[in-house]
Design a protein around this ligand. Sequence first.
Ligand code: ADP
Ligand code: ASP
Ligand code: MG
Length: 403
Amino acid sequence: MGLIVQKFGGTSVADADRIRNVARIITETYRQGHSVVAVLSAQGDTTDDLIAKAQEINPRGSRREMDMLLSTGEQISCALCAMAIESLGFPVVSLTGWQAGISTNKAYSDARIKRINTERIKSELDRNTIVIVTGFQGLNKFDDITTLGRGGSDTSAVALAASLEADLCQIYTDVEGVYTADPRYIKGAKKLEEITYDEMLELASLGAQVLHNRSVEMAKKYRVNLEVLSSFSNAPGTKVKEVVKKMEKTHVVGVAKDKNVARLALVELEDRPGIAYKVFSLLAKAHINVDIILQSIGRGETKDISFTVKRNDLDEARRILEEHKESIGFDHIDFSSNLAKVSIVGAGMIDNPGVASQMFEALYGARINIQMISTSEIKVSVLLNEEDADKAVQVIHSSFFEE
Ligand code: ADP
Ligand code: ASP
Ligand code: MG
């Protein structure tokens, strides 16, 4: 007997039959004697549809009003699921983010959870009631609704599991677990029985959307017992934990693709101390995250610096740098957004120099050109043309995971 937090994603609650299916999973867990807190996403494409509605009215609507709008999707699925559970004859209550006591910082559309006052949830659980909570939302210090960023319901679930000290947090989705690559696109992708928090965090941050990266960060911090599994089958899922038993010969656990990337290059920069500081501090001040950075060797008086940012930061980054063109001192900015970042992830790569070269060999075999490379202890990423990305993932995946 324990407390289980179960999260159901958009596809899992997409229509009436699926909501009934989710109600069945929740009540089955409850019947086994567990307390259940279920966190739901909006149904199917609801969040995208709401964004499209806003675009129709005002493409520059404020983030506050966007959050007011987007948070409604989760409210619908939760109320419907509670009604499905009522019809099965179980005690249930659905709660919005604020009713569930979820406080966030003030950052509309990308808020961080600061604290959860679990009083209400606990009193409902004490009365043996099943609690359904809206994912993706909280309340900030102005008592305004905030949302946690796309895919943020995973983070709501893990945060609730951490605050309630749940025995288990199950993330139910539309695939059977975490795979060596996106199983929807990559032939031969294999389900992992288990994966470490660090590797999962890296995979999620590098584009594997199966878990919101902040949910993994939080699971690691609070040692939440996390499991990813399918709401459509009874197959065992993937456990995300601190230490796993390594069965594989390979050091690579997965391949990820991220299309949300753009590259800028400052061409013919003055080659003197302080330039990199100037460029990147301007971007940091505007909260623009820079990822891969490459500086050329100086030629005569000048050098080039190339770097990547998220696609939706490209225009702002260009605007800021152009505005400071004189004081930074460069000739022009070159940029591109038809790019993708493809990465391999695995702990202990640093001790195995053959891993990066095997990745590059696979790309060479497919005649795919690499534009930039970055490595860390746990990953190797390459930047390439977007049209090459799917092929790149497939050939890299085959190289590492097919006998
Ligand atoms: P949900 O709506 O349940 O939150 P998401 O669409 O956010 O579901 O995440 C699940 C999707 O993540 C899968 O359908 C799959 O296409 C994608 N995905 C990407 N990389 C991986 C991976 N390595 N393992 C499993 N799924 C992945
Ligand atoms: N409904 C939100 C989204 O589509 C949150 C989530 O599904 O996790 O991004
Ligand atoms: Mg998701």
